[in-house]
Design a protein around this ligand. Structure first.
Ligand code: MN3
Length: 204
């Protein structure tokens, strides 16, 4: 097996009541596991790629053999995106941002409430399955979305934070109310991890 699913960094019920235990179990053990399984099946056909990190695979999709490129885009992207996502949340998270990311949000969006509103409004409109992301480009924070499991890494961008708006991320608890899920998600965000990722995005 080239790639493995790491356990969640907290208990399945640790993000209650904002994200429920059943959703976390399904999302991690079934959905994320399936991306890893399908990525491994593709890499089995080209074992020379197994030495690469999953991030390196999706950073250079054009270098992936054509017969497995789409699987690497979808399942490699799914693996990378979810690995980031679990780390971006923590029990008793949320609250106002702290550290360097707080100052950058203030500089680029005015204040945290305005940033959150714009992130939620942009991400709620992603048609079908996809993700909302915060990236850092030319010295500024920007909000972008991707479809399916496409990742900003494939565009040469480094995601600082991201939220999964596939229905599997919220439908058990929030049904069709994606906006309610997006609003609740800020109660579990891990600003320490986001500050670490912001430092990396700045090349620090
Ligand atoms: Mn997902």
């Amino acid at each position: 097996m080239a790639y493995e699913l790491a356990p969640l960094p907290y208990a399945y019920n640790a993000l209650e009541p904002h994200i429920d235990e059943a959703t976390m179990k399904l999302h991690h053990d079934k959905h994320h596991q399936t991306y890893v399984t399908n990525l491994n099946a593709a890499i089995d056909k080209h074992p020379e790629l197994a030495a690469k990190s999953p991030e390196d695979l999706v950073r250079h999709l054009s270098a992936i053999p054509e017969d497995i490129r789409k699987v690497v885009q979808n399942s490699g992207g799914g693996h990378v995106n979810h690995t980031i996502f679990w780390q971006l949340m923590k029990p008793a998270g949320g609250g106002d941002p702290s550290g360097p990311i707080a100052a950058q949000i203030k500089a680029d969006f005015g204040d945290f409430e305005s940033f959150k509103k714009l992130f939620n409004e942009t991400t709620v409109k992603q048609f079908g399955s996809g993700w909302g992301w915060l990236i850092f480009q030319a010295g500024k924070l920007k909000i972008v979305t991707t479809a399916n499991q496409d990742t900003p890494l494939s565009e040469g961008l480094f995601p600082i934070l991201g939220n999964d708006v596939w229905e599997h991320a919220y439908y058990l608890k929030y049904q069709n109310l994606r906006a309610d899920y997006l609003a609740a998600w800020w109660n579990v965000v891990n600003w320490d991890e986001i500050n670490k990722r912001f430092a990396t995005a700045q090349g620090k």
